[in-house]
Write a protein that binds this ligand. Sequence first.
Ligand SMILES: [Zn+2]
Length: 96
Amino acid sequence: MTEMSYLDGNMLDGPLRELLAVDLSAATGRCAWCGMVGPMAGLRVYAHAPGLVGRCPACAEVMLRLVRAPDRAWLDLRGATYLQVPMPPTGPPFPR
Ligand SMILES: [Zn+2]
């Protein structure tokens, strides 16, 4: 059996920091429930919950939950199959 090499999860810090520092309203997301692909800015956001709840404009299922506490935040994206984020043409040297 061949042992696959891997890197410590700490190496994700730079790539994720670059990704999460962008304006997510410019991102495109795919609804995990109905498959609709569209701008995250098109979500219907309900702010009268303990946090923010973003629902798909096509099927009304939850795509995103964001809860902010004074010292931490929780981001739940299980309702989105993926997020596609516009990036500058050059970036850090991580595998693409
Ligand atoms: Zn949907």
